[in-house]
Design a protein around this ligand. Structure first.
Ligand code: ADP
Ligand code: MG
Length: 253
């Protein structure tokens, strides 16, 4: 298997609070990595460092062999100009807890926005692709609806279609079901399950242990800005070596 995402030594502090203490992770193409851990352990910050929404204080993230945010000039690493960084970021699909749809645009307009504005695709091309994606997430019937007219689960399925419309190299999910009413969680997880089985490379921060057990190839448990456990879902979730990981996971039993 080839490496899709690699982070080496990612560190991030806010003031004196060291939130990430050197994070090394690897994700192979087509692999699903679930990141678990208590609130405040640095999971969101790690995703934001991978796509350079936050600039790490140290360390680097590679996606398909490209260092995010930097380019080698000779043997010196230089920060990328903003337009090139935006181009790189557009290759990383991000799905947030709170959907972040454009509220004044319809479902269809939300999904074609990136391809038309960033990728300069024709509207017709973008619309054809958007409709296929909306079909995939079960939202075809609502393409003319506005986000306010949708349930949370529907909004999140549109947000997933919107991220996929950019044909990302990897999908990053930050607690995509945490803001949903319990009865709406399943429909979003079902879409994610389908994506995973179609070979999409995914990093998923979640508290859905059942999803992790069933879908993740590997699981990382972060505590206090460190990776405390990393391995196949089955062994990490059933038999963690680290006592703090044991204590964390026991809450879900
Ligand atoms: P998680 O996603 O695991 O809950 P976060 O990455 O959101 O954790 O946050 C890790 C820690 O970093 C928390 O203590 C949080 O308060 C702090 N933090 C996150 N973002 C900022 C910020 N922009 N400024 C200051 N502190 C932050
Ligand atoms: Mg978070």
């Amino acid at each position: 298997m080839t490496t899709a995402v690699r982070t080496v030594g990612i560190r991030k502090s806010y003031g004196t609070h060291e939130v990430l203490k050197g994070i090394d992770i690897d994700v192979a193409h087509g692999e699903v990595l679930c990141i678990l851990g208590p609130s405040g352990s640095g999971k969101s910050t790690l995703l934001r460092c991978i796509n350079h929404l936050e600039v790490p204080d140290g360390g680097y993230a590679w996606v398909d062999g490209q260092i995010i945010g930097y380019a080698l000039r000779g043997d010196v690493l230089q920060e990328l100009p903003v337009h090139q960084l935006r181009q790189q970021q557009s290759q990383l699909g991000m799905v947030f807890q709170h959907f972040n749809l454009f509220s004044h645009k319809t479902v269809l307009e939300n999904v074609i926005e990136g391809p038309v504005v960033v990728r300069r695709q024709s509207r017709d091309t973008a619309i054809a692709k958007a409709r296929a994606l909306l079909e995939m997430v079960g939202m075809s019937a609502r393409e003319q609806a506005y986000p306010a007219q949708l349930s949370g689960g529907q909004k999140q399925r549109v947000a997933i279609a919107r991220a996929l419309a950019m044909e990302p190299r990897v999908m990053l999910f930050d607690e995509p079901t945490s803001a949903l009413d319990p009865e709406l969680v399943g429909e979003v997880l079902e879409v994610m399950r389908r994506l995973a089985s179609s070979g999409t490379t995914m990093i998923v921060v979640t508290h859905e242990i059942g999803f992790a057990r069933e879908v993740a190839d590997r699981v990382v448990v972060m505590i206090d800005g460190e990776v405390r456990e990393c391995g196949p879902a089955q062994s990490v979730l059933s038999d963690p070596a680290d006592p703090r990981v044991r204590a964390f996971l026991s809450r879900f039993l």
